[in-house]
Design a protein around this ligand. Structure first.
Ligand code: HEM
Length: 400
Protein backbone atom coordinates (compact mmCIF):
# COMPACT_ATOMS: atom_id res chain seq x y z
CA UNK A 1 0.00 0.00 0.00
CA UNK A 2 3.02 2.28 0.34
CA UNK A 3 3.11 2.86 -3.40
CA UNK A 4 -0.48 4.05 -3.57
CA UNK A 5 -2.37 7.22 -2.81
CA UNK A 6 -6.05 7.13 -1.90
CA UNK A 7 -8.36 10.05 -2.61
CA UNK A 8 -11.20 8.53 -0.70
CA UNK A 9 -9.22 8.67 2.51
CA UNK A 10 -9.06 12.42 1.96
CA UNK A 11 -12.65 13.19 0.96
CA UNK A 12 -14.07 10.77 3.53
CA UNK A 13 -17.14 10.49 1.30
CA UNK A 14 -19.53 7.82 2.49
CA UNK A 15 -22.95 8.42 0.97
CA UNK A 16 -23.91 7.97 -2.68
CA UNK A 17 -25.05 11.58 -2.65
CA UNK A 18 -21.53 12.74 -1.82
CA UNK A 19 -20.04 10.69 -4.64
CA UNK A 20 -22.66 11.93 -7.05
CA UNK A 21 -22.17 15.55 -6.10
CA UNK A 22 -18.61 16.03 -4.82
CA UNK A 23 -18.79 19.65 -5.94
CA UNK A 24 -20.29 20.74 -2.64
CA UNK A 25 -17.10 19.60 -0.92
CA UNK A 26 -14.82 20.98 -3.64
CA UNK A 27 -16.41 24.43 -3.26
CA UNK A 28 -15.96 24.30 0.47
CA UNK A 29 -12.30 23.39 0.04
CA UNK A 30 -11.74 26.19 -2.49
CA UNK A 31 -13.21 28.65 -0.02
CA UNK A 32 -11.84 27.36 3.27
CA UNK A 33 -8.72 25.26 2.66
CA UNK A 34 -7.53 25.64 -0.93
CA UNK A 35 -4.10 24.28 0.06
CA UNK A 36 -4.72 21.39 2.38
CA UNK A 37 -2.30 19.01 4.07
CA UNK A 38 -3.46 15.45 4.67
CA UNK A 39 -1.50 14.08 7.57
CA UNK A 40 -2.45 10.44 7.20
CA UNK A 41 -0.91 10.14 3.73
CA UNK A 42 1.60 12.99 4.11
CA UNK A 43 0.11 14.58 1.01
CA UNK A 44 -0.67 18.13 -0.09
CA UNK A 45 -3.90 18.95 -1.91
CA UNK A 46 -4.68 21.97 -4.08
CA UNK A 47 -8.16 22.96 -5.19
CA UNK A 48 -7.76 26.26 -7.08
CA UNK A 49 -7.30 26.54 -10.84
CA UNK A 50 -4.00 28.43 -10.86
CA UNK A 51 -2.44 26.11 -8.29
CA UNK A 52 -3.57 22.95 -10.09
CA UNK A 53 -2.23 24.33 -13.34
CA UNK A 54 1.11 25.12 -11.72
CA UNK A 55 1.36 21.54 -10.40
CA UNK A 56 0.82 20.19 -13.91
CA UNK A 57 3.09 22.58 -15.75
CA UNK A 58 6.21 22.84 -13.56
CA UNK A 59 7.87 19.46 -13.91
CA UNK A 60 10.95 20.49 -11.98
CA UNK A 61 9.03 21.50 -8.89
CA UNK A 62 6.42 18.77 -9.40
CA UNK A 63 7.97 15.81 -11.24
CA UNK A 64 5.96 12.83 -12.45
CA UNK A 65 8.60 10.26 -11.47
CA UNK A 66 7.25 9.08 -8.13
CA UNK A 67 6.98 6.08 -5.87
CA UNK A 68 3.36 6.68 -4.84
CA UNK A 69 0.45 7.53 -7.09
CA UNK A 70 -3.31 7.55 -7.54
CA UNK A 71 -2.82 5.90 -10.91
CA UNK A 72 -3.92 2.31 -10.41
CA UNK A 73 -1.19 0.49 -12.31
CA UNK A 74 1.52 -1.38 -10.44
CA UNK A 75 4.53 0.91 -10.48
CA UNK A 76 7.03 -1.82 -11.31
CA UNK A 77 5.30 -2.23 -14.67
CA UNK A 78 5.86 1.34 -15.62
CA UNK A 79 9.32 1.11 -17.08
CA UNK A 80 7.98 2.11 -20.47
CA UNK A 81 5.21 4.22 -19.08
CA UNK A 82 5.62 7.83 -20.07
CA UNK A 83 3.13 8.98 -17.44
CA UNK A 84 5.76 8.38 -14.72
CA UNK A 85 8.70 9.95 -16.50
CA UNK A 86 10.13 13.47 -16.73
CA UNK A 87 12.17 15.33 -19.34
CA UNK A 88 14.48 14.48 -20.99
CA UNK A 89 13.45 10.78 -20.78
CA UNK A 90 9.77 11.73 -21.15
CA UNK A 91 10.42 13.55 -24.39
CA UNK A 92 11.90 10.46 -25.96
CA UNK A 93 9.13 8.12 -24.85
CA UNK A 94 6.44 10.55 -25.90
CA UNK A 95 8.01 11.26 -29.29
CA UNK A 96 7.91 7.56 -30.15
CA UNK A 97 4.23 7.35 -29.32
CA UNK A 98 3.30 10.74 -30.73
CA UNK A 99 4.13 9.54 -34.23
CA UNK A 100 0.94 7.53 -34.07
CA UNK A 101 -1.17 10.47 -32.88
CA UNK A 102 -0.44 13.29 -35.30
CA UNK A 103 -3.28 15.43 -36.73
CA UNK A 104 -2.57 13.78 -40.06
CA UNK A 105 -3.21 10.30 -38.66
CA UNK A 106 -6.39 11.54 -37.06
CA UNK A 107 -7.63 13.01 -40.32
CA UNK A 108 -6.85 9.76 -42.03
CA UNK A 109 -8.80 7.83 -39.39
CA UNK A 110 -11.85 10.06 -39.40
CA UNK A 111 -13.82 8.00 -41.96
CA UNK A 112 -13.14 4.79 -39.97
CA UNK A 113 -14.25 6.44 -36.76
CA UNK A 114 -17.34 7.90 -38.40
CA UNK A 115 -18.36 4.53 -39.84
CA UNK A 116 -18.15 2.87 -36.39
CA UNK A 117 -20.06 5.76 -34.80
CA UNK A 118 -22.81 5.65 -37.44
CA UNK A 119 -23.20 1.91 -37.01
CA UNK A 120 -23.61 2.14 -33.23
CA UNK A 121 -25.95 5.15 -33.38
CA UNK A 122 -27.88 3.45 -36.19
CA UNK A 123 -28.59 0.48 -33.89
CA UNK A 124 -30.20 2.59 -31.15
CA UNK A 125 -33.92 1.89 -30.79
CA UNK A 126 -36.32 4.77 -29.98
CA UNK A 127 -39.39 4.62 -27.77
CA UNK A 128 -38.26 2.31 -24.96
CA UNK A 129 -35.67 2.79 -22.19
CA UNK A 130 -32.17 1.85 -23.32
CA UNK A 131 -28.94 1.85 -21.36
CA UNK A 132 -26.83 4.27 -23.37
CA UNK A 133 -23.67 3.31 -21.47
CA UNK A 134 -23.90 -0.28 -22.67
CA UNK A 135 -25.21 0.57 -26.13
CA UNK A 136 -22.87 3.41 -27.04
CA UNK A 137 -20.55 4.86 -24.39
CA UNK A 138 -18.68 1.57 -23.75
CA UNK A 139 -18.48 -0.02 -27.23
CA UNK A 140 -17.62 3.20 -29.07
CA UNK A 141 -14.15 3.93 -27.67
CA UNK A 142 -13.17 0.26 -27.39
CA UNK A 143 -14.11 -0.70 -30.92
CA UNK A 144 -12.50 2.46 -32.27
CA UNK A 145 -9.22 1.99 -30.47
CA UNK A 146 -9.15 -1.73 -31.34
CA UNK A 147 -9.71 -0.83 -34.98
CA UNK A 148 -7.05 1.89 -34.97
CA UNK A 149 -4.53 -0.30 -33.16
CA UNK A 150 -5.09 -3.12 -35.58
CA UNK A 151 -6.45 -5.76 -33.20
CA UNK A 152 -9.65 -7.63 -34.12
CA UNK A 153 -12.61 -5.35 -33.39
CA UNK A 154 -14.88 -8.31 -32.64
CA UNK A 155 -12.71 -9.06 -29.58
CA UNK A 156 -13.70 -5.75 -27.96
CA UNK A 157 -15.56 -7.33 -25.05
CA UNK A 158 -12.62 -9.33 -23.76
CA UNK A 159 -10.25 -6.41 -24.42
CA UNK A 160 -12.52 -4.18 -22.37
CA UNK A 161 -12.63 -6.77 -19.57
CA UNK A 162 -8.84 -7.00 -19.36
CA UNK A 163 -8.29 -3.27 -19.45
CA UNK A 164 -11.02 -2.67 -16.85
CA UNK A 165 -9.31 -5.05 -14.46
CA UNK A 166 -5.85 -3.58 -15.11
CA UNK A 167 -7.13 -0.12 -14.27
CA UNK A 168 -9.35 -0.87 -11.27
CA UNK A 169 -8.78 1.93 -8.77
CA UNK A 170 -6.83 1.50 -5.58
CA UNK A 171 -8.93 0.15 -2.75
CA UNK A 172 -7.47 -0.09 0.71
CA UNK A 173 -9.82 -2.99 1.54
CA UNK A 174 -8.74 -5.18 -1.42
CA UNK A 175 -5.05 -4.50 -2.01
CA UNK A 176 -3.89 -8.12 -2.32
CA UNK A 177 -6.89 -9.35 -4.27
CA UNK A 178 -6.58 -6.51 -6.80
CA UNK A 179 -2.88 -7.16 -7.26
CA UNK A 180 -3.59 -10.81 -8.13
CA UNK A 181 -6.46 -9.94 -10.46
CA UNK A 182 -4.30 -7.43 -12.28
CA UNK A 183 -1.37 -9.81 -12.64
CA UNK A 184 -3.67 -12.42 -14.14
CA UNK A 185 -5.33 -9.96 -16.55
CA UNK A 186 -1.93 -8.55 -17.57
CA UNK A 187 -0.67 -12.05 -18.35
CA UNK A 188 -3.69 -13.00 -20.44
CA UNK A 189 -3.81 -9.69 -22.25
CA UNK A 190 -0.07 -9.86 -22.98
CA UNK A 191 -0.41 -13.38 -24.34
CA UNK A 192 -3.21 -12.17 -26.62
CA UNK A 193 -1.34 -9.11 -27.91
CA UNK A 194 2.16 -10.52 -28.33
CA UNK A 195 1.49 -12.69 -31.42
CA UNK A 196 -0.41 -9.81 -33.01
CA UNK A 197 2.62 -7.54 -32.62
CA UNK A 198 5.00 -10.20 -33.95
CA UNK A 199 2.77 -10.77 -36.98
CA UNK A 200 2.63 -7.03 -37.73
CA UNK A 201 6.39 -6.79 -37.65
CA UNK A 202 6.50 -9.22 -40.56
CA UNK A 203 3.48 -7.81 -42.31
CA UNK A 204 2.81 -4.17 -41.31
CA UNK A 205 -0.58 -2.58 -42.00
CA UNK A 206 -2.25 0.78 -41.71
CA UNK A 207 -2.65 0.87 -37.94
CA UNK A 208 -1.09 2.16 -34.70
CA UNK A 209 0.73 -1.08 -33.82
CA UNK A 210 2.48 -0.93 -37.19
CA UNK A 211 3.21 2.78 -36.61
CA UNK A 212 4.77 1.91 -33.26
CA UNK A 213 6.91 -0.77 -34.88
CA UNK A 214 8.15 1.78 -37.43
CA UNK A 215 8.52 4.65 -34.96
CA UNK A 216 12.08 5.80 -34.46
CA UNK A 217 13.47 8.60 -32.32
CA UNK A 218 17.17 9.38 -32.15
CA UNK A 219 17.98 5.81 -33.07
CA UNK A 220 15.56 4.20 -30.54
CA UNK A 221 12.81 1.76 -31.43
CA UNK A 222 10.20 -0.06 -29.38
CA UNK A 223 10.76 -3.73 -28.62
CA UNK A 224 7.81 -6.14 -29.06
CA UNK A 225 7.22 -6.30 -25.31
CA UNK A 226 7.33 -2.50 -25.07
CA UNK A 227 4.67 -2.31 -27.76
CA UNK A 228 2.52 -4.83 -25.89
CA UNK A 229 2.75 -2.71 -22.74
CA UNK A 230 2.20 0.51 -24.66
CA UNK A 231 -0.96 -0.90 -26.24
CA UNK A 232 -2.27 -1.93 -22.81
CA UNK A 233 -1.49 1.57 -21.57
CA UNK A 234 -3.33 3.19 -24.46
CA UNK A 235 -6.40 1.07 -23.84
CA UNK A 236 -6.35 1.96 -20.18
CA UNK A 237 -5.81 5.66 -20.82
CA UNK A 238 -8.39 5.92 -23.54
CA UNK A 239 -11.29 3.58 -22.82
CA UNK A 240 -12.89 4.31 -19.53
CA UNK A 241 -12.17 8.03 -19.81
CA UNK A 242 -13.93 8.33 -23.16
CA UNK A 243 -16.80 6.15 -21.94
CA UNK A 244 -17.22 8.54 -19.02
CA UNK A 245 -17.16 11.56 -21.33
CA UNK A 246 -19.91 10.14 -23.58
CA UNK A 247 -22.04 8.99 -20.64
CA UNK A 248 -21.74 12.38 -18.94
CA UNK A 249 -22.59 14.12 -22.19
CA UNK A 250 -25.93 12.30 -22.29
CA UNK A 251 -26.59 13.01 -18.65
CA UNK A 252 -25.74 16.72 -18.86
CA UNK A 253 -27.79 17.38 -21.99
CA UNK A 254 -30.82 15.77 -20.36
CA UNK A 255 -30.53 17.12 -16.83
CA UNK A 256 -28.00 19.90 -16.36
CA UNK A 257 -29.50 22.25 -18.93
CA UNK A 258 -32.90 21.49 -20.44
CA UNK A 259 -32.58 23.95 -23.33
CA UNK A 260 -29.19 22.75 -24.53
CA UNK A 261 -30.31 19.82 -26.69
CA UNK A 262 -32.77 22.00 -28.64
CA UNK A 263 -30.08 24.63 -29.17
CA UNK A 264 -27.70 21.99 -30.38
CA UNK A 265 -30.23 20.52 -32.77
CA UNK A 266 -30.88 23.94 -34.22
CA UNK A 267 -27.13 24.45 -34.62
CA UNK A 268 -25.15 21.18 -34.68
CA UNK A 269 -21.91 23.13 -35.13
CA UNK A 270 -22.13 23.68 -31.35
CA UNK A 271 -21.14 20.03 -30.74
CA UNK A 272 -17.45 20.74 -30.00
CA UNK A 273 -18.41 23.42 -27.47
CA UNK A 274 -20.85 21.05 -25.78
CA UNK A 275 -18.10 18.46 -25.40
CA UNK A 276 -15.69 21.00 -23.86
CA UNK A 277 -18.32 22.06 -21.35
CA UNK A 278 -19.02 18.44 -20.40
CA UNK A 279 -15.29 17.90 -19.91
CA UNK A 280 -15.14 20.96 -17.68
CA UNK A 281 -18.36 20.53 -15.75
CA UNK A 282 -18.96 16.85 -15.31
CA UNK A 283 -15.72 14.93 -15.25
CA UNK A 284 -14.25 13.73 -12.02
CA UNK A 285 -10.51 13.64 -12.03
CA UNK A 286 -7.54 14.11 -9.73
CA UNK A 287 -3.87 14.10 -10.78
CA UNK A 288 -0.86 13.65 -8.54
CA UNK A 289 2.82 14.51 -8.57
CA UNK A 290 5.87 14.29 -6.30
CA UNK A 291 7.29 17.47 -4.78
CA UNK A 292 10.73 17.84 -6.36
CA UNK A 293 12.29 20.33 -3.93
CA UNK A 294 11.34 22.18 -0.74
CA UNK A 295 9.00 25.02 -1.65
CA UNK A 296 6.48 27.46 -0.23
CA UNK A 297 5.07 28.43 -3.60
CA UNK A 298 1.49 27.89 -2.37
CA UNK A 299 2.06 29.44 1.07
CA UNK A 300 2.76 26.64 3.52
CA UNK A 301 6.13 24.95 3.51
CA UNK A 302 6.09 21.75 1.45
CA UNK A 303 8.97 19.30 1.68
CA UNK A 304 10.86 17.49 -1.07
CA UNK A 305 9.47 14.00 -1.76
CA UNK A 306 6.08 14.65 -0.23
CA UNK A 307 3.25 14.15 -2.72
CA UNK A 308 0.70 16.57 -4.05
CA UNK A 309 -2.76 16.05 -5.49
CA UNK A 310 -4.30 18.54 -7.93
CA UNK A 311 -8.10 18.38 -7.64
CA UNK A 312 -8.85 18.98 -11.30
CA UNK A 313 -12.65 18.89 -11.08
CA UNK A 314 -12.51 21.54 -8.39
CA UNK A 315 -10.15 23.68 -10.49
CA UNK A 316 -12.57 23.32 -13.39
CA UNK A 317 -15.27 25.12 -11.42
CA UNK A 318 -13.04 27.81 -9.93
CA UNK A 319 -15.05 31.03 -10.31
CA UNK A 320 -11.93 33.09 -10.94
CA UNK A 321 -11.52 31.25 -14.25
CA UNK A 322 -15.08 30.22 -15.00
CA UNK A 323 -17.73 32.79 -13.99
CA UNK A 324 -20.91 30.96 -12.89
CA UNK A 325 -18.75 27.87 -12.91
CA UNK A 326 -21.42 25.77 -11.17
CA UNK A 327 -23.63 26.14 -14.23
CA UNK A 328 -23.59 23.96 -17.33
CA UNK A 329 -23.44 26.47 -20.17
CA UNK A 330 -22.81 25.14 -23.67
CA UNK A 331 -22.13 28.67 -24.97
CA UNK A 332 -19.52 29.43 -22.32
CA UNK A 333 -16.48 31.34 -23.58
CA UNK A 334 -13.20 29.66 -22.70
CA UNK A 335 -14.67 26.37 -21.47
CA UNK A 336 -11.71 24.66 -23.15
CA UNK A 337 -9.37 26.07 -20.49
CA UNK A 338 -10.47 23.12 -18.33
CA UNK A 339 -7.69 20.85 -17.06
CA UNK A 340 -9.46 17.54 -17.68
CA UNK A 341 -6.82 16.50 -20.22
CA UNK A 342 -4.05 17.67 -17.88
CA UNK A 343 -1.55 20.37 -18.81
CA UNK A 344 2.15 20.86 -19.46
CA UNK A 345 4.36 18.15 -20.91
CA UNK A 346 2.02 15.26 -20.08
CA UNK A 347 -1.04 16.82 -21.73
CA UNK A 348 -3.22 13.96 -22.94
CA UNK A 349 -1.88 12.55 -26.18
CA UNK A 350 -5.30 11.10 -27.01
CA UNK A 351 -7.24 14.34 -26.48
CA UNK A 352 -7.80 15.02 -30.20
CA UNK A 353 -9.02 11.44 -30.65
CA UNK A 354 -11.33 11.54 -27.63
CA UNK A 355 -12.73 14.88 -28.78
CA UNK A 356 -13.29 13.60 -32.29
CA UNK A 357 -15.08 10.45 -31.05
CA UNK A 358 -17.38 12.42 -28.78
CA UNK A 359 -18.15 15.12 -31.35
CA UNK A 360 -18.90 12.60 -34.11
CA UNK A 361 -21.11 10.59 -31.74
CA UNK A 362 -23.03 13.69 -30.68
CA UNK A 363 -23.46 14.90 -34.27
CA UNK A 364 -24.75 11.53 -35.45
CA UNK A 365 -27.09 11.33 -32.47
CA UNK A 366 -28.51 14.85 -32.91
CA UNK A 367 -29.10 14.23 -36.59
CA UNK A 368 -31.17 11.17 -35.86
CA UNK A 369 -33.10 11.94 -32.63
CA UNK A 370 -35.32 14.98 -32.10
CA UNK A 371 -35.07 14.62 -28.34
CA UNK A 372 -34.50 12.20 -25.50
CA UNK A 373 -35.07 12.09 -21.76
CA UNK A 374 -34.01 10.06 -18.76
CA UNK A 375 -36.32 7.12 -18.01
CA UNK A 376 -38.90 8.04 -15.35
CA UNK A 377 -37.58 5.70 -12.69
CA UNK A 378 -33.93 6.51 -13.27
CA UNK A 379 -31.99 7.63 -10.19
CA UNK A 380 -28.35 8.39 -11.00
CA UNK A 381 -27.11 7.68 -7.48
CA UNK A 382 -28.29 4.07 -7.83
CA UNK A 383 -25.96 3.51 -10.76
CA UNK A 384 -22.64 4.70 -9.44
CA UNK A 385 -19.79 2.23 -9.31
CA UNK A 386 -18.38 1.22 -5.93
CA UNK A 387 -17.04 4.40 -4.29
CA UNK A 388 -16.94 6.10 -7.65
CA UNK A 389 -18.41 9.14 -9.34
CA UNK A 390 -19.09 7.36 -12.59
CA UNK A 391 -22.43 6.16 -13.90
CA UNK A 392 -22.36 2.48 -14.80
CA UNK A 393 -25.78 2.70 -16.42
CA UNK A 394 -27.86 5.56 -17.82
CA UNK A 395 -31.37 4.73 -18.89
CA UNK A 396 -32.77 7.07 -21.56
CA UNK A 397 -35.74 7.13 -23.93
CA UNK A 398 -35.12 8.36 -27.46
CA UNK A 399 -37.54 10.15 -29.74
CA UNK A 400 -37.15 9.87 -33.48
C1 HEM B 1 -2.47 11.51 -20.52
C2 HEM B 1 -7.15 12.45 -19.59
C3 HEM B 1 -8.47 9.96 -23.56
C4 HEM B 1 -3.87 8.59 -24.17
C5 HEM B 1 -3.63 12.02 -19.96
C6 HEM B 1 -3.66 12.92 -18.83
C7 HEM B 1 -4.97 13.16 -18.57
C8 HEM B 1 -5.77 12.43 -19.53
C9 HEM B 1 -5.52 14.03 -17.45
C10 HEM B 1 -2.44 13.51 -18.11
C11 HEM B 1 -1.97 12.67 -16.95
C12 HEM B 1 -0.92 13.38 -16.12
O1 HEM B 1 -0.66 14.58 -16.30
O2 HEM B 1 -0.34 12.72 -15.24
C13 HEM B 1 -7.91 11.86 -20.60
C14 HEM B 1 -9.34 12.02 -20.74
C15 HEM B 1 -9.73 11.32 -21.87
C16 HEM B 1 -8.51 10.73 -22.42
C17 HEM B 1 -10.23 12.82 -19.80
C18 HEM B 1 -11.08 11.15 -22.50
C19 HEM B 1 -12.10 11.94 -22.32
C20 HEM B 1 -7.34 9.37 -24.08
C21 HEM B 1 -7.30 8.55 -25.27
C22 HEM B 1 -6.01 8.14 -25.43
C23 HEM B 1 -5.23 8.74 -24.35
C24 HEM B 1 -8.49 8.21 -26.15
C25 HEM B 1 -5.37 7.27 -26.47
C26 HEM B 1 -5.92 6.29 -27.07
C27 HEM B 1 -3.11 9.26 -23.23
C28 HEM B 1 -1.67 9.11 -23.11
C29 HEM B 1 -1.27 9.96 -22.06
C30 HEM B 1 -2.47 10.60 -21.55
C31 HEM B 1 -0.77 8.21 -23.95
C32 HEM B 1 0.16 10.15 -21.50
C33 HEM B 1 0.80 11.40 -22.03
C34 HEM B 1 2.12 11.72 -21.35
O3 HEM B 1 2.38 11.26 -20.21
O4 HEM B 1 2.94 12.42 -21.97
N1 HEM B 1 -4.93 11.74 -20.38
N2 HEM B 1 -7.45 11.07 -21.61
N3 HEM B 1 -6.08 9.48 -23.56
N4 HEM B 1 -3.56 10.16 -22.29
FE1 HEM B 1 -5.49 10.70 -22.03
Amino acid sequence: TKDQLYVQEITQFKTKEQFWNPHVWYKEMREKSPVFYDEQQDTWNVFLYEDAKKVLSDYQLFPSARDRSLIPVPLEENKVNLIFSDPPEHKKRRALLAKAFTPRSLQMWEPRIKALVDELVGNLVPGEPINIVEKLAIPLPVTIIANLLGVPTEDWKIIKEWSDVLFLSHDLQRVKELKQLKEQAGKEFGAYLYPIVVAKRLDPADDIISDLIRAEYEGSHFTDMEIVHTVMGLLGAGNETTTTLITNMFYSLAEDNMAAYGQLRADPSLAPKVIEEVLRYRFNITLDRRIGEDTDIFGPHMKKDQHIIAWISSANRDESQFPNGEQFDILREGSNKHLTFGGGNHFCLGAPLARMEAVLALEAFVKRFSSYRLADDYIPQDHLGQNSHELKALSIILEE
